[in-house]
Design a protein. Structure first.
Length: 350
């Protein structure tokens, strides 16, 4: 991290999750004054308190659905990482209004409270499932992005700069497929995949934190940031895990789950037509057209035909050996390999 956090107070909503643990640990390496963790799970807070015993880490029990608890947590805060969300696709399919209450209404509470309390910068974490969404989770995240972008459009003198980051599968995050594969191997089971031909973007937790850091450094009101990423098929990912662990498991196809897509997109061609290529990242400015309808119906954007969607099916796809090398960059995989009695040297050149 290169952002100057010296003496700053930082709030992480949903901070007991995988992202929160990673960003808190990295921030505590800096001269921050305080890191606040807002979440509704006191048990996870207690666990995190023991895992990261640092007096600068403060815990707030609350729910982003409740404005007062968000308002309390954002007082005297300089920066906010907004990671709280309902993220599981199947559960959001069965309870879509719960996804709306957390991902949309809750996010609006975070935006309003941040503005009211003079927060300098707020970065909201989104997902590739918000692009052309086909499920409730993706739809609610797409609306979250609109809530974030509308803040600046409706408040030209806003104190708080609100931006979004969007990324694909975060490897080894809570509820993701890689730790599931590892648990299945430990239990002597086959690896279950819904469709081996599905493709997904792959990103480490460290890179997800870098993306948020990049947004804090470069965001203007309403910007959306995407980190360029490689993709792979779920079938190849499963085989790579089997190879690394020297397991005799097979890949078992169980069929597509509720509202899963064959591929995911990190950015649409419409977004890319107004994006700035910043090397490892795309900076996508907000669509600043107002309610002058001629700009929608009479003055189209011919540049959009020059672009294609940034999709996991068409992005750079890595092979099984390349997936193995990528997995070996994860501390969690190295830990699990050690527990399984497999040394990294034994996997070299797989």
């Amino acid at each position: 991290m290169t952002q100057n956090y010296a003496g700053k107070r930082i709030l992480v909503t949903g901070g007991t999750g995988s992202f929160g643990h990673t960003v808190a640990a990295k921030l505590l390496e800096r001269d921050v004054a305080e890191i606040r963790i807002l979440s509704r799970d006191e048990a996870k807070q207690d666990l995190m308190r023991h895992e990261i015993p640092d007096g600068r880490l403060r815990f707030y029990v609350g729910d982003i659905r409740d404005y007062d608890s968000v308002d309390r947590a954002t007082r005297d805060v300089d920066y906010v990482f907004h990671a709280a969300a309902l993220k599981q696709v199947p559960s959001c399919e069965f309870f879509p209004m719960e996804a709306v209450r957390t991902n949309v209404v809750g996010s609006e509470n975070v935006v309003r409270a941040s503005e009211r309390n003079g927060v300098t910068s707020l970065v909201c974490l989104s997902t590739d499932k918000a692009v052309y969404p086909v499920n409730a989770m993706g739809m609610s995240k797409a609306l979250m992005e609109k809530v974030a972008q509308s803040h600046g459009l409706n408040n030209p003198r806003a104190v708080t700069t609100v931006s979004c980051v969007r990324y694909g599968n975060v490897m080894y995050s809570r509820g993701s497929v890689i730790p599931l594969f590892v648990r299945q191997l430990r239990a002597g089971k086959n690896l279950t995949v819904t469709n081996p031909d599905m493709t997904r973007f792959m990103m480490s937790l460290a890179h997800s934190v870098d993306l948020v850091e990049f947004a804090f450094q470069n965001a203007e009101q309403g910007d959306l940031f995407v980190r360029k990423a490689v993709s792979c098929t779920i079938g190849d990912l499963a085989h790579a895990v089997i190879n690394l662990f020297r397991a005799k498991a097979e890949v078992e196809v169980i069929g597509t789950r509720h509202a899963e897509k064959l591929s995911e997109a990190l950015a649409t061609r419409e977004e890319l037509s107004r994006a700035l290529d910043m090397g490892d990242y795309f900076k996508i400015s907000a669509d600043k057209r107002d309610l002058n309808y001629s700009q929608y119906f009479e003055e189209g954007d011919p540049r959009q035909t020059q672009y294609t969607d940034y999709d996991s099916h068409t992005a750079q796809r890595i092979s099984i050996p390349e997936i193995e090398a990528l997995l070996l960059t994860l501390p969690e995989i190295r830990r699990d390999l050690a527990l399984a009695g497999v040394t990294v040297d034994e996997t070299a050149g797989s």
